[in-house]
Ligand binder design. Structure first.
Ligand SMILES: Nc1ncnc2c1ncn2[C@@H]1O[C@H](COP(=O)(O)OP(=O)(O)OP(=O)(O)O)[C@@H](O)[C@H]1O
Ligand SMILES: [Mg+2]
Length: 270
């Protein structure tokens, strides 16, 4: 049975697209899962850049504009690395109706076992549509307060839509004292941290080479952490039970008093 996993966050620039590109690569190349990555970040699109697909003739926006004329099946591209992707145009495009994204994505379920959706920065309507059409959500944050509090908001909106949250990916972890610890992040967002991805220069190098790190630097620390995340998701899928995440705790710095106050404030959100 096919599954749609939406990768979302309340914050921009935290590593959503990096997560999509690397998870998609690992599932496709290492697990041989029929996988497609969909760029559902319609206006500040960049999945194509991460995967080396820059100027496709037709894109998801074209399908959303004329779903009765163009099927999404016609905008599934295979990259030079053999990865399958539904891209968006990087040029500023006319308005499209996100509300059609659910029916538009449907034919992909017949073609792929795993559909991974990239989403827009922040809690826009666009992000909400990604949440609604997903079977499950993975939240991405960096280990700092603004990002974690925004991700908490994304978690609350996802919960309101009654879409299951698999867990939280904490990206760009350096192990500094000022970073929030895993326990603090879990307590704040109210969901399990399922992966800790270290800050790794290979990720930036890979993006500039227009390849996911999992292909450009298959043994770098970030790739290894993404591989553990893929294994976690695979174990989850086969047992239907959340397994124990496998990652190393990097910081243990307590700011409990401040966090409790912050949580009290955030309880009034929506
Ligand atoms: N683990 C990492 N180590 C080092 N740099 C990273 C890592 N993850 C992401 N980056 C850097 O952060 C930048 C932003 O990452 P990415 O584009 O994946 O974020 P995003 O959440 O998709 O952003 P947006 O919200 O704008 O779509 C990347 O271009 C890359 O340079
Ligand atoms: Mg992005």
């Amino acid at each position: 049975m096919s599954k749609i996993i939406g990768i979302v966050s309340g914050k921009g620039g935290v590593g959503k697209t990096t997560t999509v590109a690397n998870l998609g690569t690992i599932f496709s190349r290492e697990y041989k899962t029929k996988t497609v990555m969909v760029d559902a970040n319609l206006f500040t699109t960049n999945l194509g850049i991460h995967l080396g697909l820059l100027d496709p003739p037709t894109t998801l926006q074209d399908v959303l504009r004329a779903p009765n004329v163009l099927s999404i099946k016609k905008v599934v591209y295979t990259t030079v690395d053999g990865l399958q992707v539904v891209p968006c145009t990087i040029s500023l495009s006319q308005k499209v109706k996100y509300s059609k994204i659910g029916p538009v994505l449907k034919p992909l379920r017949e073609m792929f076992d795993l559909i991974i959706l990239d989403s827009a920065p922040g809690l826009s309507h666009e992000t909400e549509f990604v949440m609604k059409v997903s079977d499950q959500i993975i939240l991405v944050t960096t280990p700092d307060l603004p990002s974690v509090t925004d991700t908490l908001k994304a978690a609350r909106v996802t919960e309101e839509f009654k879409i299951p949250i698999i867990g939280v990916v904490v990206n760009r972890v350096q192990g500094h004292k000022h970073e929030l610890s895993i326990q603090e992040i879990e307590r704040t967002i109210g969901h399990k941290v399922i992966a800790v991805i270290p800050e790794d220069e290979h990720v930036r190098e890979a993006i500039s080479a227009r390849k996911p790190a999992a292909l450009h630097s298959p043994n770098c620390s970030a790739t290894k952490a993404f591989r553990k995340l893929a294994q976690y998701l695979q174990d989850f899928e086969s047992t239907m039970q959340p397994p124990e995440p496998r990652f190393e705790e990097v910081t243990a710095f307590s700011r409990q008093g401040f966090l409790s106050r912050l949580l009290q404030l955030l309880r009034f959100y929506r």
